[in-house]
Design a protein around this ligand. Structure first.
Ligand code: F6P
Length: 329
């Protein structure tokens, strides 16, 4: 069995952990793994690199993706899909593991539906905006980084009696903003899904200051619809505009200062949220996805009677130990 692996779309911490897990599992079963370089572009242009034990070693804590990524959409290129099928055939691949977000997996889904292309999708994105999963790997790391930034901004905000606006990523969803905002104790959180007005946000800040708190932390998602902010003209092959170009954080900070009179500064976290080593949680999630892309485990917080919660000791189940065992020896 020759299995191709590709990573598409924006990179995120944990991609290499998936590549490692796929590699280990396939090699243990006597198969071969081939890296398809730079996302779907690698299949359009025939860019491959064999991945052996040496290549996949040391990948667990490593950020980014060793096989590169692009936002190439073969369906948008002249003859793109035919090229994908031809180079897949030429490389002697039997199956492809496509690791990506809605765009990369959208291509995988169309190839499967329309051309019976043998592909398994592994969901990744720091944005956590894929509806069929509770969590995508990369998200926990992004939230951790954003939370740490909010903690740091708290101390300087307090020293100067300032309002600090923190702009985080997330595209059209506010997952990073809401989770890091909760974890960091933000005073106002603005997300695309809950379009509270700047007036309401300013009222919250004023109320807080009237209670004797001289500083505030405002977390805003890059996709928040700010009055007057418009999308950049440039769109990628999937039709997405670059939201960071809208400068929502800076515009919001200006408005808050103008309307409240409180001195306000902005910090745009940007790609720092996607860089570096994955958190332990993302490493584990990525590893489990890599070993078995199909099985997703929900871990929603639910109410249970205390009697049930304490009824028995929760032991490590067999399937979890099996994940660890895949890397023994
Ligand atoms: O989808 C991941 C993401 O980081 C978004 O949160 C952000 O809007 C976008 O990618 C940034 O894209 P690029 O890396 O092309 O600037």
């Amino acid at each position: 069995m020759r299995v191709g692996v590709l990573t598409g779309g924006g990179d995120c911490p944990g991609l290499n952990a998936v590549i490692r897990a796929v590699g280990r599992r396939v090699m243990t079963r006597g198969g071969e793994v081939v890296g398809v370089l730079e996302g779907w572009k690698g299949l359009v242009d025939g860019l491959f690199e064999p991945l052996g034990p040496r290549e996949i070693s040391g990948l667990l804590p490593r950020g980014g993706t060793i096989i590169g990524t692009t936002r190439t959409n073969p369906f948008k290129l002249e003859g793109g899909v035919e090229k994908v099928l031809a180079s897949f055939e030429r490389a002697g691949l039997d199956a492809l593991v496509a690791i990506g977000g809605e765009d990369t997996l959208g291509v995988a889904s169309r190839l499967f539906e329309e051309r019976e292309f043998p592909v398994v999708g592994v969901p990744k994105t720091i944005d956590n905006d894929l509806s069929a999963t509770d969590y995508t790997f990369g998200f926990d790391t992004a939230v951790w980084i954003a939370t740490e930034a909010i903690d740091r901004l708290h101390t300087t905000a307090e020293s100067h009696n300032r309002v600090m606006v923190v702009e985080v990523m997330g595209r059209q969803t506010g997952w990073i903003a809401v989770m890091s905002g909760i974890a960091g104790g933000a005073d106002v959180i603005l997300i695309p899904e809950q379009p509270i007005s700047i007036d309401d946000a300013c009222d919250d800040i004023r109320r807080r200051h009237e209670r004797g708190k001289d500083f505030s932390i405002v977390v805003v998602s890059e996709g928040y619809e700010l009055e007057g902010a418009s999308d950049a003209e440039d769109v990628d092959q999937f039709g997405h505009a670059r939201l960071s170009e809208r400068g929502v954080g800076a515009a919001l900070a200006r408005e808050i200062e103008r309307r409240t009179g409180y001195e306000t500064r902005v910090t745009v976290l940007g790609h720092v949220q996607r860089g570096g080593s994955p958190t332990p949680r993302d490493r584990v999630l990525a590893t489990r996805y890599g070993l078995k892309a199909a099985d997703l485990v929900g871990d929603r917080i639910v109410d249970v009677p205390l009697k049930d919660a304490t009824a028995e000791l929760k032991r490590v189940p067999e399937e979890w130990y099996a994940v660890a065992k895949a890397f023994f020896g």
